[in-house]
Design a protein around this ligand. Structure first.
Ligand SMILES: [Zn+2]
Length: 313
């Protein structure tokens, strides 16, 4: 029996656990420490955290945000990160289920034809996990660890390859016709012309091209900024970050992330300037804004890009 809402609730709880692990990554990765050993300790008194004090959110509330041993306050970052990943997993599952019911009735059971949709949902869930972590790490330390950016690209490419295995016959094929390149969808009956790329080829090569294209674009922007302003505008971490977003979502959503991120960063910068809290040369954690843009693109990317194309017509 399938009860509506149970999958969302379960993914929320799983999200809380992943959020708890993400907190460990956020504290340790920028310092090049292992995320596996040793066990979590209080940064102040060094006492290991007891298992019953390690429940996401709940423990923080019960302890009133303080260490049980030395009473040093524990930053609110911990429950917020846990809650964010929980909510992200909840949203991903809800979107997956609502897309799903449009295709066939979901009785709580999956079949092999659903594999591409499951992988697509998995990609969004993992991307959110990585972006929330990178957002906090860049904000606090100005470091975007390779374990998350390069690691994310590897994970995304691996999943896209698996997605390619499950493509329907003819899906995503690229054909050379007299007039133009032509993308097919399953069940298309028009004359296709010569086969140029098979579905799996176009999916995998397309994603690799998206990664290279997005990285190259940011490298050019970085170089232009350096040439014009004679100082470093963004780090290589930002370049790897945009490449990672492209690996998960494709080229145009990555550009959308860049657009949204730049827009929000500019607004935030203007606010700081107006309040006299920053000068024109102050450093901004641009990666954090890119991450925020990436989260927006992951949730609304396709809808916003469709709206934009419709607007151009
Ligand atoms: Zn302590």
């Amino acid at each position: 029996m399938y009860t509506p809402g149970i999958f969302q609730l379960v993914s929320f709880l799983i999200g809380l656990l992943f959020g708890s692990f993400l907190n460990v990554c956020i504290s340790r990765l920028p310092r090049h420490e292992s995320v596996v050993t040793p066990r979590s300790r209080c940064p102040e008194c060094g006492k290991p955290i007891r298992w019953y004090d390690n429940f996401p959110i709940l423990s923080w509330i019960l302890l009133r945000g303080r260490c049980r041993d030395c009473k040093t306050s524990i930053t609110w970052r911990y429950p917020v990160v846990e809650l964010s990943v929980g909510i992200w997993f909840w949203i991903t599952t809800s979107t997956f289920l609502s897309n799903f019911s449009r295709i066939h009735d979901f009785g709580g059971r999956l079949s092999i034809e659903d594999a591409p949709r499951v992988i697509a949902a998995l990609l969004i869930a993992i991307l959110g996990f990585l972006l929330i972590g990178l957002m906090v790490m860049d904000w606090q330390t100005m470091i975007l660890p390779n374990a998350f950016t390069i690691g994310g690209i590897v994970v995304a490419l691996f999943l896209v390859c698996i997605q390619a295995i499950f493509l329907a016959p003819g899906e995503d094929e690229v054909h050379l016709t007299k007039h133009s390149l032509h993308l097919t969808s399953p069940g298309g009956v028009t004359d296709h012309g010569n086969l140029f790329l098979t579905g799996p080829e176009s999916l995998i090569f397309g994603r690799i091209a998206a990664i290279c294209g997005a990285a190259l674009l940011l490298l050019v922007i970085r170089w232009l900024y350096k040439a014009l302003r004679h100082r470093e505008g963004m780090g290589l971490g930002d370049v790897k970050l945009i490449a990672m977003i492209a690996a998960f979502l494709g080229f145009w959503p990555a550009i959308l992330s860049l657009f949204v991120g730049t827009f929000v960063a500019a607004g935030y910068g203007a606010l700081l300037l107006a309040r006299g809290k920053a000068g024109v040369t102050s450093k901004l954690a641009f990666g954090s804004f890119l991450c925020a843009g990436g989260l927006v693109a992951a949730l609304y990317g396709n809808r916003l890009i469709d709206m934009y194309i419709a607007f151009l017509r």
